[in-house]
Design a binder for this molecule. Structure first.
Ligand code: PMP
Length: 398
């Protein structure tokens, strides 16, 4: 029995029933059984977190704070750090962007997901590097020249477009050598290699529960407390306010509560903590690595398909492969994969428009095509993906 929940067989329009091949796990992953169980166990004990003296409220408050501790442990965070439960990665970066001290300059690469491009105000965007080494070198070069009271580097740990793993630990070393801080978009690395999160050397880490085999609606921003403690609350309201005077003068709460106004998402927090515990115990990398290697090898044999990549072909990756289709519309193909083969993939520019457009143009050029496709297809794997799913996709594309 799989450790994730799945819809099992689905009915195709022609009446056949097939095991649904969910190859869009990078967008939203299926829910772990352990997560569903932990959430179900808590449902009878629903009570308000941080807001009541009754037994239910006490229990829920305890569970919520324990979830925070589990996340802190999994991320290797200690004294001087805060773990804030957010809605998702996008929310986490918007929160951090609001908490930056005045004058902070943010350095990102032009290869980022929009969640790590659009929230920042004063940004320097570095050209996309063509290898992990080049990324490290380019960052050092830029940091030696940037002049600002504080500098925050913000990079992805694994690309949602190419699946390529970025050299975050080395980038963190460079950032720290220049007195800069580094934030890491771990939305795609967290589900594939949660044990790696603690060793990144990042000052801030952001990820989403729904990509980590937990439900929608909760994410994490974990990192150094000082800027977060000094910042205006992300949301104003109850929970974030320690005291409101009769004249409405407010003393804001300190710690995570400062940025968690409103009733917290207890089930989301417990789900994330359970997912991290389960994934770290299970070590899933081998399964995914083998499947992604098979997928890439199969795609390489198809003359009308070209993989999108930024780094050399042998760079380390998570279970994500995007490709250009040179002779068909990506959207039409995705619809046919769904209707005729029971396969779910994603098409488009994957909320990383500048990067994906560029990689599509390069892929078309490598194939000698005179025009780049407007959209790419992305197949992403994870827990619950089988060899048969991968073979079915390859056969359908063939
Ligand atoms: N960063 C990366 C690398 C992602 O893949 C995603 C989701 N596509 C995000 C950030 C944003 O995540 P969310 O939509 O959960 O906020």
């Amino acid at each position: 029995m799989s450790i994730v929940l799945s819809p099992g067989e689905i009915k195709l329009p022609d009446g056949r029933s097939v095991d649904f091949a969910n190859l869009d796990i990078a967008a939203t992953a299926p829910c772990l059984r352990a997560v569903a169980d932990a959430v179900a166990e808590l449902l009878p004990y629903y009570g308000s977190v941080h807001r009541g003296a009754g037994a239910l409220s006490q229990r829920c408050t305890r569970e919520y704070e324990q979830a925070r501790e589990t996340v802190a442990d999994a991320l290797g965070r200690g004294a001087g750090d805060t773990v804030i439960f957010t809605r998702n990665t996008t929310d986490a970066f918007n929160l951090l962007a609001r908490a930056l001290p005045d004058g902070t300059r943010v350095l990102t690469f032009d290869a980022e997901h929009h969640a790590n491009l659009l929230p920042w105000r004063d940004t320097v965007r570095l050209a996309v590097p063509r290898s992990p080494d080049e990324a490290v070198e380019a960052l050092g070069y830029a940091l030696a020249r940037v002049r600002a009271p504080q500098v925050l580097v913000s990079v992805t740990a694994a690309s949602n477009v190419t699946g390529e793993v970025w050299p975050v630990a080395r980038l963190a070393e460079v950032a720290h050598r220049f007195g800069a801080r580094i934030a890491v978009d771990a939305a795609q690395l967290a589900p594939h290699d949660p044990a790696a999160l603690a060793g990144l050397g990042a000052d801030y880490v952001a990820f989403s529960g729904h990509k980590l085999y937990a439900p929608f609606g909760a994410g994490v921003l974990a990192g150094r407390a000082d800027w977060l403690d000094a910042a205006e609350p992300y949301l104003a309201g109850g929970g974030a306010s320690a005291h409101v005077g009769d004249d409405h003068a407010v003393r804001w709460a300190s710690g995570a509560a400062r940025h968690e106004a409103g009733t917290p998402n207890l089930l989301g927090a417990v789900a994330i903590a359970t997912a991290l515990r389960t994934l770290r115990a299970d070590g899933l990398n081998g399964h995914e690595r083998a499947l992604v290697a098979r997928l890439r090898a199969g795609l390489a044999e198809l003359p009308h398909v070209e993989e999108l990549r930024l780094f050399p072909a042998d760079a380390e990756r998570v279970g994500i492969v995007s490709f250009a289709l040179l002779d068909r519309d990506a959207g039409d193909v995705a619809v046919a994969l769904g209707r005729e083969h029971g396969i779910g993939v994603r098409t488009g520019l994957f909320c990383a428009h500048p990067l994906t457009r560029r990689l599509l143009a390069e892929a078309a050029e490598r194939k000698g095509a005179d025009r780049a496709p407007e959209h790419a297809v992305r197949a992403s794997l994870g827990i619950g993906t089988t060899e048969e799913h991968v073979e079915r996709l390859l056969a359908a594309l063939r």
